[in-house]
Write a protein that binds this ligand. Structure first.
Ligand code: SF4
Ligand code: SF4
Ligand SMILES: [Zn+2]
Length: 276
């Protein structure tokens, strides 16, 4: 297996993995989406709400705000010694006290722990009119996207097969496929068409180039052929700001490793291997 990153910053990662099957690629994608724990607001105590939103709608909107999550600091409530009661080890507490007229943003949500603040400051929660008020206390806990989308650490996470572009000897360099390509992948040179250096992974597999070639009268089969490498995948992962995207990838891989180890343990228990 080989991994090559073409982009890795706080919010976005783009990388290619070679030597894996589609099943493994999909397992990694699913683990990043639904098995990486984050904080999200789960309980809200409303003291006052004279806004136009029902309490339920307001709390739903609060639940969807991404919160910065330090998983070394917070434990899932089910694993906490408080046994589900709620304590600083498993719960982050926030207060919101606002009065209109004003637009209430995520930055108005004041965290007790500054390291668990909303990941973005300008997420609109509600527009308050004259003399409308919202006063509440909110409690966030750690869980995963498997339970609810509000605990997903990724906003976009997907992969595609690595494109393979081949050009046969019938190509006369007419350039019709170059004009048709929406991703600026091709160029002409020395009487032939070729892939622009470093642009191959941007090919969307739309096959417009093949159609342009046939339309140009070359025959029933195009001189350019678009295929895929079945064991090489391009991933794009975008985080919601709750943690660096690098941590999302690492935690997803740790989840896969732990699941595999657990399965091996179960197999050993069944077959009696690995025991004294
Ligand atoms: S398949 Fe589409 S994106 Fe890829 S080279 Fe052909 S026209 Fe361009
Ligand atoms: S359209 Fe066909 S013949 Fe013309 S440059 Fe592209 S591949 Fe070559
Ligand atoms: Zn607790």
């Amino acid at each position: 297996m080989e991994i090559a990153f073409s982009r890795l910053d706080e919010r976005v990662a783009k990388f290619t993995i070679s030597g894996i099957s589609t099943s493994f690629a999909n397992m990694l994608r699913r683990a990043m989406i639904s098995e990486v724990p984050t904080l999200a607001i789960e309980d809200v105590r409303i003291y006052d709400n004279t806004s136009v939103l029902f309490d339920e709608m307001l709390t739903h909107r609060l639940g969807l705000i991404p919160l910065r999550t330090d998983l070394k600091r917070y434990a899932p409530r089910a694993e906490c010694t408080c046994e589900g009661v709620g304590c600083p080890v498993c719960t982050a507490t926030y207060t919101l006290s606002v009065e209109g007229p004003k637009m209430v943003y995520s930055s108005d949500l004041i965290p007790q722990d500054p390291d668990a603040a909303p990941a973005e400051e300008k997420i609109p929660i509600i527009s308050l009119g004259q003399e409308q008020k919202v006063v509440l206390e909110a409690y966030a806990i750690v869980s995963t996207g498997k339970e609810h989308a509000k605990w997903q650490a990724t906003t976009a996470c997907g992969y595609k097969n690595y494109p393979q572009i081949t050009i046969d000897e019938r190509c006369d360099g007419c350039g019709m496929c170059v004009d048709e390509c929406p991703r600026n992948v091709l160029e002409t040179g020395q009487g032939k068409v070729r892939v622009i250096g470093g642009r191959q992974e941007f090919c969307s597999l739309c096959r417009l180039c093949e159609r342009a070639c046939v339309a140009g009268g070359i025959g029933t089969e195009a001189a350019i052929h678009i295929g895929v490498d079945a064991n090489r995948f391009i991933f794009v992962v975008e985080g919601d700001g709750s943690m660096p995207v690098r941590e999302i990838i690492e935690r997803a891989l740790q989840y896969i490793q732990k699941s595999s180890d657990d399965l091996v343990d179960v197999m050993n228990d069944i077959t009696g291997e690995g025991t004294e």
